[in-house]
Write a protein that binds this ligand. Sequence first.
Ligand SMILES: O=C(O)[C@@H](CO)OP(=O)(O)O
Length: 248
Amino acid sequence: MHQLVLLRHGESVWNQENRFTGWTDVPLSDRGLEEAHAAGRLLRARGFHFDLAFSSVQKRAIKTLWSVLEELDCMYIPVQSTWRLNERHYGALQGLNKAQTAARYGEAQVQRWRRAYDEPPPALAAGDPRHEAGDPRYRGLGADVPRTECLRDTVARVLPCWRDAIAPALRGGQRVIVAAHGNSLRALIKLLDGVSDEAIAEVNLPTGQPLVYELDADLRPLRHHYLGDAAAIEASLRAVAAQGRVAA
Ligand SMILES: O=C(O)[C@@H](CO)OP(=O)(O)O
């Protein structure tokens, strides 16, 4: 049996302000940093160890991973950081308040931008200073730095990371943790569990809660479960789902 732990970063400052974030590189809030350390303490208390870690190239996931590895006293393990695990690009919505966007465009439209498999948010215009094209960490992507993404696009760029890096490490017997984002992890979960395009719309992830996958020899999921307190996770999931409401 293989073990894979997925961890959405702790609350970020833009989660706190209910703003669309995407590729914007915002830090953890104080609460988010504490969530990350609590996740690490929980993993330690349950006897988890890791041989290899993956993260996006965004500081909210990186700092979450560091905090976990610090609590586990294994900051020495190799970490592979890749843009492929970045949050789904939120296009021209990046930086906007989700409730205000719902008031302007309607909750149904915001729900489709947030969760529809095939409907990307409006793209960033050419020359928009929010576009990450000039960011040195994306130099290798050239003109392919996204201007927006739907979940289908995110699945397409997460897939090579799973197939070429995470899956071979698991097959080699390594215990792996992936610290990433709500939508890049939804993409990974879709791939792992074969979730339909429709059903993935209902999947949300709480911040800072380790999600443990047990996989068979062919890396098919046997079961998965959150380690943390069920009531707290349920409350967090409801809050994430409600972020696109006008009164959120
Ligand atoms: O803003 C974002 O980047 C994501 C995660 O915080 O939001 P949502 O859950 O609305 O897809």
